[in-house]
Design a protein around this ligand. Structure first.
Ligand SMILES: [Zn+2]
Length: 539
C-alpha cells in the first residue's frame, strides 16, 4: 500500500524572495491556479500583513483544492499570542492552514532574538496552540534546523516537541542557509524520528546553495519525512529552493518513489509540467532555462550525430524518460541528417508535406540558421517558422502588400496640465491592386494610451479589403520584448501571441534594431498566418 507524500509549494512566498521578483496580485492568482491544476497539496500564498500584495492575494484567492496557507512567524517575546499584531494579521487572512517560522538554533535565539532559550520554546508552544485554538491547521517551520541540530541537538529537538505537543500537524525541517549535504540531511532526519517526532508529521524545506536541494529533499524522504516543500522552477532566495519541477517527475516516474508513494499529481497534470514551468517564466519575463531537467528545451535535445541516429531507431538509447510524459519534446537539431526528418515532421505539423531529400529542406535549414544568428528564434514561434518555410517552398500567397507605414509619438500637456502620450499610425496596403490608407490612434475604448504598437496594429487591421472580415476576430494576447544579440549588434526581438474567435493561438517573431519595426514584422506574420488558415493558399 503506497503511502501519501504531500507537496507543499512556496513559489508565492519563498519564490518571491528571489532577487528581482515581485509578483502582482493578478500574477499570484494566475500562478496559484496553475499550482492547483498541477496538484500540489498546499499553496503558501505569502505573509499577510508583511506585504500588501500578499494580503490582497488572500482576499481574492479563489477556492482551491490545495490547502491555502498563510505564512508568518511565532509570536514575539513579551506579549501574548492573542495580542501579537503580526500574528493577528496572519490569522486574519482566514486561510485553513497557517505556517509559522520559529527558531530552533540556540545561537539564533540568543544572538538574533536576544531571549532565553526557554522563552523561545514557550513562544513556539503558545503560538502553535493559538493557531490550533482558532481551528486552523498549524505548520511549524523550524528555521536553521540542521545547523541548530549540529550545534545543540537536544535544544533543537525540544523546540520540535513543543510545536508537536501544541498541536502542529507538520514540523518542517528547514535548511535555511542551504549548506547541508544530502547524507547529513538523511542522518539528522533519522535522528529526529528516533527522537520521537514521527516521520508522517515531518516536512523538509531545502535551498540550493550547494546545488543539492532536490537531492537533500529526496534524502529526507528516504529517511522518513512525508511532506516536501519547494517552488516551481526552483525559484527562491539566493540560489533558490528545492525545484518542484524536477522533484515531481522524479517522485512520479522513478523508483522506489513511484511505487512507494502516492502523490496528488495526475499523469495529465504531469504532461502539462513543461507548460506550467514556461508559464512562470513568462510571468517573470525570463528566458526559460534550456538545461532545466525534464522541462528545458535542451532536456531531450540530441545533438551528437551518433545519438540522433540511435534515437530515431529507439528513443530509450539516449533518453531516461519519454519527453511526452512531462509535456516536453524531443529535439534533433535540424543541421544534420536526423535533423532533416525532424524538420519534415515540423513542416507536416503545419500541413506542408515535403519529400525526404528534397533540396528545399537544406535551404530552409540554412535560412533558419542565418535568421537565428540575426536574433530570431523559432522554438516557439511556429507560425513565423511556417511562413518562412512557405516562402522558400514557393507556397506563401501574397494576400496584400504593405507599401509603407508611419508611427508618430507625441507627449504633451493636456488641459488639466498633466503629461499625456498619444501615438498615431498610418499604414498603406495594396489589396487586389487597390491602395488603402488606414489611420489609427493608440487609445483604447476607455481612452487610455496603449502605445505605438497598438496604434500600428489597429491601423494594419483596419482595412484589408476582402480579407477584413477574416481578421476581425483576431486579437493580440501577449507581447514580449527582449534585447538580444543579432550578429555583433544588440537587437530587439518581439514575440507576439495572437488568438482568434475559434480559440486558435499562434506565436510570431520579429527582429530589428528598432522596436517598432520588430513589432510590425511580428504583427504582419500574425495576420498572414491567420489568412493562410482561413483563406487557404489561393490568394
Ligand atoms: Zn526558505
Amino acid at each position: 500500500m503506497a503511502e501519501k507524500l504531500y507537496l507543499y509549494d512556496t513559489t508565492l512566498r519563498d519564490g518571491q524572495q528571489t532577487q528581482g521578483v515581485q509578483f502582482s496580485t493578478a500574477e499570484k492568482l494566475r500562478i496559484a491556479e496553475a499550482l492547483d491544476a498541477l496538484g500540489v497539496d498546499y499553496i503558501e500564498g505569502g505573509w499577510p500583513g508583511a506585504n500588501p500584495t500578499d494580503s490582497a492575494f488572500f482576499e481574492e484567492a479563489p477556492a482551491s483544492r490545495a490547502v491555502m496557507t498563510a505564512f508568518g512567524m511565532t509570536k514575539r517575546a513579551g506579549r501574548s499570542a492573542e495580542n501579537d499584531d503580526v500574528l493577528s494579521a496572519v490569522l486574519n487572512a482566514g486561510t485553513p492552514a497557517v505556517c509559522l517560522v520559529g527558531k530552533t538554533h540556540d545561537f539564533h535565539v540568543t544572538a538574533a532574538l536576544g531571549i532565553e532559550l526557554s522563552e523561545n520554546v514557550a513562544n513556539i508552544r503558545a503560538s502553535v496552540a493559538h493557531i490550533v485554538a482558532q481551528g486552523r491547521e498549524a505548520l511549524f517551520d523550524a528555521e536553521h534546523f540542521f545547523d541548530g541540530w549540529k550545534a545543540n541537538a537536544p535544544y533543537a529537538l525540544e523546540c520540535l516537541h513543543a510545536a508537536l505537543e501544541a498541536g502542529a500537524r507538520w514540523i518542517v525541517l528547514c535548511d535555511t542557509n542551504g549548506g547541508t549535504l544530502p547524507y547529513e540531511i538523511y542522518r539528522i532526519v533519522a535522528e529526529v524520528i528516533a527522537g520521537g517526532i514521527p516521520g508522517e508529521r515531518l516536512g523538509i524545506h531545502t535551498h540550493n546553495d550547494t546545488e543539492n536541494a532536490v537531492a537533500c529533499s529526496l534524502a529526507a524522504v528516504d529517511a522518513g519525512v512525508r511532506q516536501v516543500q519547494g517552488t516551481l522552477n526552483g525559484l527562491g532566495e539566493r540560489c533558490g529552493n528545492a525545484n518542484l519541477t524536477s522533484l515531481i517527475p522524479t517522485l512520479l516516474l522513478k523508483e522506489p518513489y513511484a511505487s512507494r508513494y502516492d502523490i496528488n499529481v495526475s499523469r495529465d497534470a504531469l504532461e502539462a509540467l513543461t507548460q506550467t514551468s514556461r508559464m512562470l517564466d513568462e510571468v517573470l519575463n525570463r528566458v526559460p532555462m534550456r538545461q532545466a531537467p525534464y522541462v528545458g528545451s535542451s532536456a531531450f535535445a540530441h545533438k551528437a550525430g551518433l545519438h540522433a541516429s540511435a534515437i530515431l531507431k529507439d528513443p530509450t538509447t539516449y533518453e531516461h524518460v519519454d519527453p511526452a510524459t512531462v509535456g516536453n519534446r524531443r529535439v534533433i537539431p535540424m543541421s544534420n541528417q536526423a535533423g532533416q526528418s525532424n524538420l519534415r515532421r515540423r513542416l507536416a505539423e503545419a500541413g506542408l508535406e515535403v519529400a525526404p531529400g528534397d533540396p528545399a529542406l537544406a535551404r530552409i535549414l540554412d535560412e533558419i540558421k542565418a535568421r537565428e544568428a540575426q536574433g530570431y528564434t523559432y522554438d516557439t514561434a511556429q507560425a513565423s517558422f511556417e511562413l518562412l518555410a512557405r516562402e522558400i517552398l514557393g507556397r506563401l500567397p501574397s494576400y496584400f502588400e504593405v507599401k509603407r507605414y508611419r508611427v508618430t509619438i507625441e507627449r504633451r500637456k493636456n488641459k488639466y496640465d498633466r503629461m499625456v502620450s498619444l501615438s498615431e499610425a498610418v499604414v498603406v496596403v495594396k489589396v487586389d491592386g487597390e491602395k488603402k490608407l488606414s489611420v489609427s490612434d493608440s487609445l483604447d475604448n476607455e481612452g487610455f494610451d496603449r502605445g505605438p504598437v497598438n496604434a500600428l496594429s489597429k491601423a494594419l487591421a483596419k482595412d484589408l479589403g476582402r480579407y477584413q472580415s477574416i481578421i476581425d476576430d483576431m486579437r493580440l494576447v501577449d507581447f514580449k520584448v527582449r534585447i538580444t544579440q543579432g550578429g555583433t549588434e544588440a537587437v530587439t526581438r518581439v514575440i507576439i501571441d495572437s488568438q482568434d474567435g475559434r480559440g486558435r493561438r499562434w506565436q510570431t517573431v520579429g527582429v530589428s534594431a528598432n522596436i517598432v519595426d520588430a513589432s510590425f514584422e511580428a504583427l504582419l506574420d500574425s495576420v498572414r498566418w491567420k489568412l493562410i488558415r482561413d483563406c487557404g493558399e489561393g490568394a
